[in-house]
Unconditional design. Structure first.
Length: 276
């Protein structure tokens, strides 16, 4: 009787799957539409009602790679995303540890408040500063602007992890002769490794997808992948085939990365949410 009732409790209600499908439709349908449109001609993409049965063409993808130096844009995106993520971790991990260790909640709230401000509010001062410093169209300028997105993310996620590090371990390491920095490196960082992996991946994805900062700060030499999509927009018409093909090329690496590392992201964020 116990085993039967146990199996009964383990059964999933069929309505759970229905609800899951309903929730996923708004996220998956635009991706499916983008992917299908990338194989259509301009006439098929602008037809009404929409064309569902068609002969796929690779012409849009050929146009994407012929019209834009996509490999250069990919390299630029990698440099900027990795640079901003690395700098955010270098600055954010010690900052999050100090806030959690010494209970500086006021600083954390100030960072959150600053992050809630619109990106355009930061972009105008950055643009004026970088223009006067002749840093427009440089990796340094892009990495610093993308840091506005990555650094608050690292700080807020990692504060929860460092708050869970037992204070007794830190005090024991201090008694054994470790400095504050050595205790941070040898004790706190290894215990917070799942959170570091999760925040690093999320910060990389957010930087990779960033459009606004790259549009204003980047020039031809440092143009990133999201800016390549912009080239398919014009006042005369929108090249929907090229636009969706470029968007597919940009989205695919991030989508594959998210699929491969989703366990690390979920595990890291879940552990950070567990207290006590």
């Amino acid at each position: 009787m116990l085993s039967v009732s146990g199996r009964g409790r383990d059964r999933v209600n069929p309505w759970t799957y229905v609800l899951l499908i309903v929730l996923l439709i708004p996220f998956l349908f635009p991706l499916a539409w983008m992917f299908l449109s990338s194989f259509k001609t301009q006439v098929q993409n602008t037809a009404y009602p929409p064309v569902w049965v068609f002969a796929p063409t690779l012409g849009n993808y050929r146009e994407v790679f012929q019209k834009n130096p996509f490999f250069t844009f990919t390299l630029n995106s990698l440099v900027v995303a990795m640079g901003s993520t690395g700098l955010a971790l270098v600055l954010g991990l010690p900052g999050a540890y100090a806030i959690a260790r010494y209970k500086r909640t006021g600083i954390a709230l100030a960072i959150l408040t600053a992050r809630m401000a619109p990106g355009i509010g930061y972009l105008i001062p950055w643009f004026i500063l970088f223009t006067k410093a002749k840093m427009i169209d440089t990796y340094t300028a892009l990495i610093l602007t993308h840091l506005i997105v990555a650094l608050p993310l690292v700080l807020w996620v990692m504060i929860g992890f460092f708050e869970d590090v037992p204070g007794d371990l830190i005090e024991a390491s201090r008694i054994d002769g470790c400095s504050h920095f050595a205790a941070f490196v040898r004790i706190a960082l290894p215990l917070a490794k799942p959170g570091i992996v999760a925040t690093g991946i999320l910060a990389f994805i957010f930087s990779w997808n960033n459009f606004l900062f790259s549009l204003i700060i980047a020039g031809y030499k440092t143009r990133t992948l999201p800016i390549a999509v912009y080239s398919f927009l014009s006042y005369e018409e929108i090249n929907w085939g090229g636009l969706t093909a470029a968007a597919t090329v940009i989205t695919l690496p991030v989508l594959l990365l998210a699929l491969f590392v989703q366990k690390h992201i979920v595990r890291g964020l879940t552990l950070g949410a567990l207290k006590g």
